[in-house]
Ligand binder design. Structure first.
Ligand SMILES: Nc1ncnc2c1ncn2[C@@H]1O[C@H](COP(=O)(O)OP(=O)(O)OP(=O)(O)O)[C@@H](O)[C@H]1O
Length: 369
């Protein structure tokens, strides 16, 4: 099957600065893709290359199997929706939504019918005769979406479209955006630096850092099975534990840590097995710590002292310092079955299945540029 979009080894330099570095990505038709990463990581540059506003210095962009690398925006089957969605203030909503169709020479009757259909899709058909200033920010956003979709693009490119909205409205619009995307079936490529937004809407998330793709996967994969230390650290809260690969076998790796040794199944190493002697970093999410002994235990972290605890209803959010040589302070969510208080001694362990182990040293690979 032809991918809706193929980016092949795209590189973009601005003077001596490499904003996009040898990036390749395949996007299937109908997918909702989110480009996620910190400010300056190259998300907008990649989106602009897809939309034709920038040409890569090397590499190609194919849309529907056709090479579009040097095709200008207006001749691509893409529409871009920017954060300042700039509706025409003097035009009624139905004319705003029909504007792109008018530019394409679509007749008046069909234009109106389509504009009303798309206003209906975003729940604003009854407001078709209003002007943009009569709407709330969220409603204007929906009109912009209707306008972008009315021209029936193969791919809709969205650059932080919800960035200007307050948090509550933003969360509501995320749900609506996802529902609308599923209804129309158009391929969406959406840029954000908000991890929660990415998790809420994406079929697949592309985690970017320093002009490169660090990881690609479904939200649950990126969160539970990250393949880079940067992706693990960027996507939600995580604890990094330094270790060294002491011995490597085919189905398990023995790792040495300040609190002792542990045998980790090979599946914990999501990005490949280390070499003996190589530094590795164990990634543990706060909710994966257990008190006391657990069956199928992989990491017995031993005694620790709670340095802070707060009750959050579903869990205690705690900090605890390990008694072992590392003295590492960890953040964790503990079940509220028994109370937790500052100064309390606890014993900590993590199940094998909940550990992700990655080659390298966390401090070196996590920091964004
Ligand atoms: N026209 C340009 N000239 C020079 N440098 C540029 C240009 N456009 C982008 N850059 C640089 O390339 C890098 C990537 O920019 P880009 O806009 O793609 O980042 P981003 O991930 O979208 O960031 P943000 O979330 O802040 O919008 C940045 O360091 C930026 O300063």
């Amino acid at each position: 099957m032809t991918a809706a979009v193929s980016i092949e080894k795209a590189t973009k330099r601005f003077g001596g600065f490499t904003a996009l570095d040898d990036v390749s990505l395949e996007i299937a038709a109908g997918e909702f893709i989110v480009l996620l990463g910190p400010s300056g990581c190259g998300k907008t540059t990649l989106l602009s290359i897809l939309g034709g506003f920038l040409t890569p210095g090397a590499g190609r962009v194919l849309i529907g199997g056709v090479d579009m690398t040097h095709v200008p925006p207006a001749r691509r089957p893409t529409t871009t929706m920017f954060q300042d969605y700039a509706l025409f203030p003097h035009m009624r909503l139905q004319d705003n939504v029909g504007f792109g169709l008018r530019m394409r020479g679509t007749g008046k009757r069909e234009r109106l019918a389509r504009a009303l259909d798309f206003l209906d899709l975003v729940g604003l058909r009854a407001a078709a005769l209003k002007k943009p200033h009569e709407l709330s920010g969220g409603q204007r956003q929906r009109v912009a979406l209707a306008r972008a979709l009315a021209v029936d693009p193969q791919v809709l490119l969205l650059d932080e479209p919800l960035g200007a909205l307050d948090l509550k409205l933003r969360r509501q619009m995320q749900d609506e955006l996802k529902a609308i995307q599923k209804r129309v079936g158009t391929t969406f490529v959406h840029v954000t630096h908000d991890q929660e937004e990415a998790m809420a809407i994406a079929d697949r998330i592309v985690v970017m850092n320093q002009g490169r793709i660090e990881d690609v996967g479904r939200p649950a994969d990126i969160y539970l099975r990250p393949r880079s230390l940067f992706a693990a650290g960027f996507m939600g809260e995580v604890n990094f534990l330094d270790a060294t690969a002491a011995a490597v076998e085919t189905d398990c790796v023995r790792v040495a840590m300040p609190c002792g040794e542990a045998r980790l199944p090979a599946q914990c190493f999501t990005a490949g097995l280390p070499a003996p002697g190589e530094p590795v970093t164990l990634c543990v999410r706060p909710e994966h710590f257990r008190r006391g002994d657990v069956p199928d235990e992989a990491l017995a972290l031993g005694p620790a002292t709670v340095t802070g605890a707060a009750f959050f209803g579903t869990h205690y959010r705690c900090h605890a310092r390990l008694a072992s040589a590392s003295g590492l302070e960890l953040v964790m969510h503990l079940e509220p079955t028994a109370p937790v208080a500052q100064g309390q001694p606890i014993s900590l362990a993590v199940k094998a299945a909940d550990v992700v182990a990655l080659r390298g040293d966390a401090a070196a690979s996590r920091t964004p540029r």
